[in-house]
Design a protein around this ligand. Structure first.
Ligand code: SF4
Ligand SMILES: [Zn+2]
Length: 186
């Protein structure tokens, strides 16, 4: 069940805030792989990883490490470029929380109770772990994945049917051929 990531209450229990003094918070914005991994490891021990990840996705945090994901993984999940523009990728995102494959993701439209400009929003949810986040671009990517998958399956079905027909034709041809005598004519 999706709930908007509107408040920052969870930050009180953030492991990074407890362990790092302000001078070290840069660890979460480093480009070096070792440091990135160090930050990610801390996230995987953090009690509010899920809230942090949802907050980052719903507020388009596409720089730094959030909820155990670095900027590349966050952008891939959101299907946006480093400038935050929507892009259609060849690789579709997995669930950012449990890494379930894209076929385990689904979308729905939810009503928003805010008095803002939008009354509805698109939410993506994972059938494996129930993690959900509001993002139009992520939802578009999941829907595009479903269309691509349906088309791919249809192509495979047609190919299989064609091969089956070919095999049947060959069998028919063989069974209608005259039997060959094993003995020489006298
Ligand atoms: S998940 Fe990582 S970035 Fe988020 S609050 Fe926890 S330690 Fe900090
Ligand atoms: Zn999941």
């Amino acid at each position: 069940m999706w709930k908007p990531a509107n408040n920052l209450e969870w930050q009180k229990n953030a492991l990074c805030a407890r362990l790092l003094k302000s001078k070290n918070i840069n660890l979460f914005f480093e480009t070096d792989k070792t440091q990135k991994n160090e930050a990610k490891n801390m996230c995987f021990r953090c009690p509010v990883r899920q809230n942090c990840l949802q907050w980052a996705l719903e507020h388009r945090q596409i720089y730094g490490v959030w909820g155990g994901k670095d900027e590349i993984e966050l952008r891939r999940t959101l299907s946006v470029s480093y400038l935050g523009e929507e892009v259609r990728r060849r690789r579709y995102p997995n669930c950012p929380y449990c890494s379930a494959r894209p076929e385990k993701l689904d979308t729905k439209i939810v009503e928003l109770d805010s008095s803002g400009r939008w009354t509805t929003a698109k939410v993506v949810f994972c059938l494996e772990c129930n993690f959900s986040w509001k993002s139009r671009t992520s939802a578009n990517a999941v829907e595009a994945y479903k269309v691509d998958r349906a088309e791919r399956m249809e192509r495979q079905r047609k190919k299989r049917e064609k091969e089956k027909k070919k095999r049947l034709k060959k069998i028919k041809k063989l069974s209608s051929a005259k039997p060959v005598s094993l003995y020489p004519k006298q």
